[in-house]
Write a protein that binds this ligand. Structure first.
Ligand code: PMP
Length: 395
C-alpha cells in the first residue's frame, strides 16, 4: 500500500484538508519531501523546532541516552540523570520560588497537572480563564479554553470555570477567595497572537496574591526563547505561581513540565500519596534532548536572533492588504484584511515552498514562527515573498 493511501485510510484525520506533505527528512529550517521538493518551515511545527530540525547537539544527546537506558520506571521513583539534571538547570534559570519540576509528555498534560495542583494546594475549586485562550484538548484544558465552538460538542466540561476578557482591568474582581487558579497565556497564541498588556498582567498578579489564588502561566507556545526570553513572563516582570511549558522544550522530542514551589508541590505527596502520577512523563530520551536544547539556547544569542526576526518582519511586512503585525520576537501574527485573502496567501506561499499557517481561533491571521536559527537572507526572501503575495492577491 502506498504511504499516501495508508495515511488517508488509516490515520485518524483532524480536518478534511490536511497538508499531506510526504516527509522524507528534515534538517535546519527545511522539510524535504519524498518527491524531491524542499519547503522552508516558517512555523516550526507550531513553535516546536526553535533550534531548527535535528539540531546536532540535540541529536547527539538523544544518541547518547539511547546507549544508556530508555524507560525504566514510572515517573518519580528512580533517579535518572537527564531528568534530574534538566530539573536542576530549569530551576537555576528561573526565579527562586519556581524550584520544583513535574515532567509530563505534552502541553495539555502540563496544564492538567497545573490545574490539579492549584486545586489541591488551595483546597478550592473555582477556575478563572480568558476568552480566546487555548490550553489544549484534553477535558481539563478544554474546560479553560475560551472558544465555544471547540467546547460545545464536549459539554459538560469542568464546572466552576469563569471566563473573563483578556486585558480587561474591570473584570478582575471575579477573582475571589474561592478561586483556586487563574490560567492565562502571557501572549495568547491560538487566539491570534495577542500580547497581555503589562499593567493588566501586574494587576492580575496582585489580585491573585490578595485572594490566595494560584496564578498559572501557560508558556507552552511562548517558552524557550520564542519571544526573545527563555519565558515571556520575563518581559513583564511578573512571576507566576505555576509555570507550564512544552513544545520547543524538547528540541523536537515530546516533553512538557509544570514548575512551582516546594510548598505547593507538597500537595501531591500526601492525602493520598501518588495522587498525580504518570508512566512516561520525563522520558529519559526526551529529557536528554531537552537538556541539550536548554543548554544551547542559553549559551547562544537567541534573544538577539528572536529580536532580529521581529525587526525584519516589521521592516518588510507592510503594504496593501496588511492590517497589522502583532507579537514579540519570533512569535508573530500578520493580520490581513480578510480570511479569504489569508487563505490565498498561505496557499500561494505553500506552492512556492514556504510553509505558513493560521492560528486555531483566527482565520485572517498568518502565523509566523520560524526556527530561531534561520539565516537572515532566507528570512528576507520569505518575508518579501509574503509581502508581494499579499499585494498580488489583493490587487
Ligand atoms: N497551550 C498552548 C498555549 C498551546 O499553544 C498549546 C498547543 N498549541 C497547548 C497548550 C497544547 O499543547 P499540546 O498540543 O502539546 O497538548
Amino acid at each position: 500500500m502506498q504511504l499516501r493511501d495508508a495515511f488517508f485510510r488509516h490515520i485518524a484525520q483532524t480536518s478534511d484538508q490536511p497538508m499531506g506533505l510526504e516527509i522524507d527528512y528534515a534538517s535546519g529550517c527545511h522539510l524535504h519531501t519524498t518527491d524531491g521538493r524542499t519547503f522552508l518551515d516558517l512555523i516550526s511545527g507550531i513553535a516546536v523546532s526553535s533550534l531548527g530540525h535535528r539540531h546536532p547537539k540535540v541529536i547527539d544527546a538523544i544518541r547518547g541516552q539511547l546507549d544508556r537506558h530508555l524507560h525504566v520506571m514510572v515517573y518519580g521513583e528512580f533517579i535518572q540523570q537527564p531528568q534530574s539534571e534538566l530539573a536542576a538547570e530549569l530551576c537555576r534559570a528561573l526565579p527562586a520560588q519556581l524550584s520544583r519540576v513535574y515532567f509530563v509528555n505534552s502541553g495539555t498534560e502540563a496544564n492538567e497537572g497545573a490545574l490539579k495542583l492549584a486545586k489541591k494546594s488551595t483546597g478550592r475549586s473555582g477556575l478563572v480563564a480568558f476568552r480566546n485562550s487555548y490550553h489544549g484538548d484534553t477535558h481539563g484544558s478544554l474546560s479553560v479554553t475560551g472558544r465555544n465552538i471547540y467546547r460545545d460538542p464536549y459539554m459538560p466540561l469542568l464546572p466552576d470555570v469563569t471566563f473573563l476578557d483578556f486585558n480587561d482591568m474591570e473584570q478582575l474582581g471575579a477573582i475571589t477567595n474561592e478561586t483556586a487558579a487563574v490560567i492565562l497565556e502571557p501572549i495568547q497564541g491560538e487566539g491570534g497572537v495577542i500580547p497581555a498588556d503589562p499593567a493588566w498582567l501586574r494587576a492580575v498578579r496582585e489580585r491573585c496574591t490578595e485572594t490566595g489564588t494560584a496564578l498559572i502561566f501557560d508558556e507552552i507556545q511562548t517558552g524557550f526563547f520564542r519571544t526573545g526570553r527563555l519565558f515571556a513572563f520575563e518581559h513583564y516582570d511578573v512571576v507566576p505561581d505555576i509555570l507550564c511549558m512544552a513544545k520547543a522544550m524538547g528540541g523536537g522530542m515530546p516533553i512538557g513540565a509544570f514548575i512551582s514551589s516546594d510548598e505547593r508541590f507538597e500537595a501531591f505527596k500526601f492525602d493520598p500519596p501518588l495522587n498525580h502520577v504518570t508512566t512516561f512523563g520525563g522520558h529519559p530520551v526526551s529529557c536528554a534532548a531537552s537538556l541539550a536544547t536548554l543548554r544551547e539556547l542559553q549559551s547562544g544569542d537567541y534573544a538577539t536572533k528572536a529580536e532580529n526576526i521581529q525587526q525584519l518582519a516589521s521592516d518588510l511586512l507592510t503594504g496593501p492588504g496588511i492590517v497589522e503585525l502583532r507579537g514579540r520576537g519570533a512569535m508573530l501574527g500578520l493580520q490581513l484584511e480578510s480570511a479569504d485573502l489569508t487563505q490565498r496567501v498561505v496557499e500561494t506561499c505553500f506552492q512556492k515552498g514556504v510553509i505558513l499557517g493560521w492560528t486555531l481561533h483566527s482565520n485572517s491571521l498568518i502565523r509566523i514562527a520560524p526556527p530561531l536559527v534561520i539565516e537572515e537572507e532566507e528570512l528576507h526572501q520569505a518575508f518579501t515573498l509574503i509581502r508581494d503575495t499579499v499585494r498580488a492577491c489583493c490587487g
